[in-house]
Structure formats: structure tokens, C-alpha cells
Design a protein around this ligand. Structure first.
Ligand code: FPP
Length: 235
């Protein structure tokens, strides 16, 4: 294995909950419920494999446009997750972070998110980063505004803007770029996820629907990643 194939950070688009449920004649909500259970299994498996960062797309800014019932169910699930499974991961010394447009979430959810981040800030087993109300274009616009503010206030000059400075304006500040980006369910799109950060990520698409995704599927994708040659535009 070359140094290039170091796998520090895996990002996942967890897709296919709805189709998993429809296939068995179940309501979409049960697909999300099963999907949330898989989040826990995969987070544990990733930590055991020594992955340092796992970033999961739990809710996109575009997902707010789903039916009121579905959004409300996802928020109920999220509340349960923040109170239950994430507390368990906390006990396993997993650091928890959230990225996304927090102001769109209810105040009690924002408070639980802030508490979890604060309580786990010194942990280093693995960082589990959950993208909630997240959109990459929105994140980039917000970074542009922060950068412009710094110029306006005279803290930096135009010449100071470079890749490192701009990366620090994103929600993912201090998180290395994903080495591997996985999307489940057969769709082959990035869907407004980590557009800046995935510039050189290796992409992996699997037909497996998220509720059926197992640590064995993850291992197969990791094995394939290890065989890839990463050149970052060089020869
Ligand atoms: C995509 O399936 C999945 C989502 C929009 C939400 C992801 C949420 C979870 C895995 C569970 C909740 C997680 C937490 C942390 C509470 P889809 O509904 O787009 O599936 P479809 O494309 O088959 O309709």
C-alpha cells in the first residue's frame, strides 16, 4: 500500500431508504428508521477499522422540500438519535460534529447538537461528522461572505485569499478532505455534498440501498479503494 492510499476520511451519501421501504410495501418512514439503525452499525464499524473521520449526509437543505409529514418524521428520528444512539457513541469516545445550516433546525435540536459537540470535543477515537440541513453551495456562499467580511473589516487583504484560508471558512474547518466518497442505492450523483472538499476524493457507487448496507459492503469498497492510484492531477 502506498502512502497515497491512506484512508483517513470516508464520506457517505446514505440513499435509498424510501425505495427500500416501498419494495416491501412499507411506509417511507420505516425505511428511514432502518436507515438510522444502519448509521449506528456503520459508525461503529468505521471506528473499529481505524477510520478517523466519517461524514454522513443525514439531511440536505433540499430535503426541507419533502412532505411536511416526512420532514416531521425525520426530525423525530433525529431527536431520538441525538438522545439515544449518539449518546452511546459518545461513551465510546467518538467525537461528534455537525455541519449545515443550523438556523433552519428547531432550537431544542440545535441545543442538543451544541451540547454533544462540546461534550465530545476532546475525544479522538473517531470524528463522526453529521451533515444536517447541509448544502454544499450554501456552505460555499457562507464562506464567501465570511471571507468578504474579513476583507471589509481590514483583517485580511485580497492577496491573503488562498485554498487554505478559504477551506477554513467552510463548516468543515479542521476536517481533512474525504479520501473516499460513497453513495448507496445506485444513483451516481454528488447532490450538493462536499463539492469543495471532494475535489480529489475517490468515488464509489454501490447499488445496495442504505438500509441494506453492512460493514461487509463497506469493507469491499475500502479494499477497492486501496487498489486505486491517486495522482491529484500529477503524472
Ligand atoms: C435518503 O433516502 C436518505 C435521507 C434523505 C435521509 C437519511 C437519513 C437517515 C439514514 C436516517 C436518519 C439519520 C439520522 C442521523 C437521524 P431517500 O429517502 O432519498 O430514499 P429514496 O431515494 O429511495 O426515496
Amino acid at each position: 500500500m502506498t502512502e497515497n492510499n491512506e484512508l483517513r476520511h470516508i464520506a457517505i451519501i446514505m440513499d435509498g431508504n424510501g425505495r427500500w421501504a416501498s419494495k416491501q410495501g412499507l411506509p417511507r418512514s420505516l425505511g428511514h428508521k432502518k436507515g438510522a439503525e444502519v448509521v449506528k452499525t456503520i459508525a461503529r464499524a468505521a471506528a473499529d477499522k481505524g477510520i478517523q473521520y466519517l461524514t454522513l449526509y443525514a439531511f440536505s437543505t433540499e430535503n426541507w422540500q419533502r412532505s411536511k409529514e416526512e420532514v416531521s418524521y425525520l426530525m423525530t428520528l433525529l431527536r431520538q438519535y441525538l438522545k439515544g444512539d449518539l449518546q452511546e457513541l459518545k461513551e465510546n469516545k467518538v467525537r461528534i460534529r455537525f455541519i449545515g445550516e443550523r438556523y433552519m433546525l428547531d432550537a431544542d435540536i440545535r441545543q442538543m447538537m451544541a451540547d454533544l459537540e462540546q461534550e465530545t470535543s476532546a475525544y479522538d477515537k473517531m470524528t463522526l461528522c453529521i451533515a444536517l440541513s447541509y448544502g454544499s453551495r450554501q456552505e460555499i456562499i457562507s464562506a464567501v461572505k465570511k471571507t468578504a467580511e474579513l476583507i471589509k473589516s481590514g483583517n485580511i487583504s485580497l492577496e491573503d485569499i488562498d485554498i487554505n484560508l478559504f477551506s477554513d471558512m467552510l463548516y468543515t474547518k479542521d476536517i481533512p478532505d474525504p479520501d473516499l466518497l460513497i453513495r448507496t442505492s445506485g444513483e451516481k450523483r454528488i447532490s450538493n455534498y462536499l463539492l469543495w472538499q471532494s475535489a480529489y476524493s475517490e468515488l464509489a457507487f454501490t447499488d445496495v440501498l442504505w438500509p441494506d448496507f453492512t460493514p461487509e459492503h463497506l469493507q469491499k469498497i475500502i479494499d477497492d479503494f486501496k487498489t486505486r492510484e491517486r495522482r491529484y492531477g500529477k503524472v
